[in-house]
Write a protein that binds this ligand. Structure first.
Ligand code: NAP
Length: 307
């Protein structure tokens, strides 16, 4: 007899949705989360494309509601670090955490993804002293100041717009002359007079004394390098999946994302993956919650018919 039917690793939209579906199916469910439930979505100022909220909904509110709803059906998050997951010879899985060991019939990996660093001089040194990966968390520190946002995807453009609530000037620095971000966001950013675009350019250095004072920006077409005075740098150049623990355990692609089938089944029977952690064409809250629901139903079927 295992301790649980389902162990869910990660408390973002995918994990909370998996928890909701698993608990409603009366599976003995535990959700393991390293920090606060909500994942990356709770660090997003406003989510405008989650259906059902015509005026958008702040990321923290949406995630708090998902957490409350999952708990209402009996999901009890445990705040702990997962150290390893292994198969038990007699069936099921052993999950070692910083607070002890848990046995389970199935595992749903919903560990999400983490911000990718630029990997340039000064970035690590000034992390938390002007270098940030979360505008929602740190934007308010830059009231009336100048900040740079690096990247050309939805995150960089959306968070740049958000930062104009505080900063008097926001530079968006992108390495190409075209954005990856959706047109709606681009148009919103272009209409905002506080935002200035620095295209075809990369940041090569973050400089300062106690705090960030400037960045060096290199134009990739002309080769010209210049200093831009800023008080903060927000890095939004994509994410890497949180899959270090699982790469020997389930198949991943060349970027480390877990490969699943349409039922969220990984290469190891009884282990499922959902949300940003898996190889998928679209990483949004709406796809993460859908993945979580499918993974939970698949886990239920696995317990019922396979084991
Ligand atoms: P992303 O779409 O992967 O964009 C990353 C951006 O960073 C790209 O523009 C990329 O440039 C640039 N980049 C990558 N490595 C770089 C480097 N070393 N130096 C400089 N620039 C670099 O990541 P994201 O914006 O975080 O979005 C992740 C996912 O979440 C996407 O699927 C996105 O649609 C979704 N998302 C959606 C919303 C929304 O719908 N409101 C909001 C946030 C995020 P290139 O373009 O040249 O590759």
């Amino acid at each position: 007899m295992t301790d649980f039917d389902v162990v869910i690793i990660g408390g973002g939209p995918a994990g909370l949705s998996a928890g909701l579906y698993a608990a409603r199916a009366k599976l003995r469910t535990v959700l393991l989360e390293r920090g606060m439930p909500g994942g990356q979505a709770s660090t997003t100022d406003m989510i405008e494309n989650y259906p059902g909220f015509p005026d958008g909904i702040p990321g923290p509110d949406l995630m708090m509601n998902m957490d409350i709803q999952a708990r209402r059906f009996g999901v009890e998050p445990r705040f702990t670090d997962v150290l390893s997951v292994a198969e038990i010879p007699e069936g099921g899985f052993l999950v070692k955490t910083s607070d002890g060991e848990i046995t389970t019939k199935t595992v749903i990996i919903a560990a999400g993804a983490l911000s990718r660093p630029l990997g340039i001089p000064g970035e690590e040194e000034f992390r938390g002293r002007g270098v940030s990966y979360c505008a929602t968390c740190d934007g308010a520190f830059f009231q009336g100041k100048r900040v740079a946002v690096v990247g050309g995807g939805d995150s960089s453009v959306q968070e740049a717009i958000y930062l104009t609530k505080f900063a008097e000037k926001v530079y968006i620095i992108h390495r190409r002359d075209e954005f990856r971000a959706t047109k709606v966001l681009q148009e919103k950013a272009r209409a905002n007079s506080q935002i200035e675009f620095i295209m075809d350019s990369v940041v090569t250095n973050v400089v300062g004394n106690d705090q960030v004072e400037a960045i060096k920006v290199k134009n990739l077409k002309s080769g010209e390098e210049k200093a831009v005075a800023v008080d903060g740098v927000f890095v939004y150049i994509g994410k890497d999946p949180s899959t270090e623990l699982f790469r020997e355990f389930v198949d991943t692609d060349e970027r480390g994302y877990i490969i699943t089938d349409a039922r969220m089944q990984t290469s190891r029977p009884g282990v499922f993956a959902a949300g940003d952690v898996r190889q998928t064409p679209l990483r949004q809250v709406v796809t993460a919650v859908a993945d979580g629901a499918v993974a939970a139903v698949s886990a239920e079927e696995y317990i019922e018919y396979v084991k």
